[in-house]
Structures are given as C-alpha cells and as structure tokens.
Design a protein around this ligand. Structure first.
Ligand code: FES
Length: 165
C-alpha cells in the first residue's frame, strides 16, 4: 500500500507538526489511530513520507502504520490541497447550473475533479447535497460555504484563498 501513496516530504513546518502530533499522542492506547485521525484533519490525507515519519517516531514498522491507514475507509490515502473545494452535484444544484460553475473552477484552477493544483493549494471535488438546496448551487471550501455561486463568481472567491499564506 505504501508504494501507492504519493511521495511528499512536507515543509519543515509540516514535519515539525507531525512530530508534535506523534509526541502528544504516543502514550495513548492504540496511538496509531488517533495520530492518523489528527494527521488527516490537519493535512487532509497522507503521503508515504508522512507515514514513514510516524513509523520512525513510534518505532513501529511502517507496514503497520500504512496497514491501519488503508484499513479504515474514512482515511484519504491521497494528499490533498490546503483548500478542498467541494462542488455540490446533486439534482437541485444541477438544475441551477452547477455544471457551469464547476467548469469555471476547473478553468480558473487548470485542474479537473479529483486533482490538486501543482502548488498544493487547491483540490477540486464534487459532493452530494450540502443541505443548501434553496440557495443552489452550493460550494464548500474547507468549512466555508458559498451559495448561489455563478461561474463569474469563481475567480473572486478563489482570489481570497490565493492571498492567504
Ligand atoms: S442539492 Fe446542492 S445543496 Fe442540496
């Protein structure tokens, strides 16, 4: 499974964060699972290098860490961008031109659904109903919701995220 993961070492700051997550949780019973859960929430997924780092810190075989990561379906074994864009693709949003808005995201970012921009900033995904059908089409970027999003709004929305370090 490890061979299937992307290689990504991470920045010095990210590596320090991983060491800190491991050291905070290493004495917990069954520490691997809570460590992976926190890694997933911080980095939105794992790379092979991240799992190797955890394995070194815990002095456990990397196959054990990777095995736990692949056993639970809620873990993403793909590293995703800092900002995950989730465009609703359910029927009410579809009726309100969601496909055109999605196309605008693809054009501005230069990626298709399931891909991450080369700078690691954005991942584009589709999702089922976000519960905002009366204000369709709806998009979530991490925890921020955007409603009634038209194709011409996309560039402005993304601009806010491009400026954040
Ligand atoms: S169908 Fe898109 S938010 Fe409900």
């Amino acid at each position: 499974m490890l061979e299937e993961l992307e290689r990504y070492e991470g920045t010095d700051e990210q590596i320090a964060r991983i060491h800190k997550i491991v050291s905070d949780k290493r004495d917990m019973k069954g520490a691997v699972l809570p460590i992976l859960i926190e890694l997933q929430s911080v980095f939105s997924g794992f790379s092979a290098d991240m799992l190797k780092l955890v394995s070194d810190d815990l002095k456990l075989p990397v196959s054990h860490i990777a095995g736990t990561a692949s056993y639970y379906s809620f873990f993403s074994t793909k590293c995703r961008g800092k900002y995950i864009i989730r465009m609703c693709k359910s029927a009410p949003c579809h009726m309100k031109n969601a496909a055109e808005t999605l196309k605008a995201f693809q054009n501005v970012l230069g990626i298709t659904v399931g891909e991450t921009t080369a700078d690691g900033r954005f991942t584009l995904e589709t999702t089922g109903c976000l519960g905002l059908c009366t204000q369709a089409p709806a998009v979530m970027i991490n925890n921020q919701v955007y409603t009634s999003v038209k194709p011409e709004d996309v560039e402005t929305i993304l601009e806010n995220y491009k400026q954040v370090q």
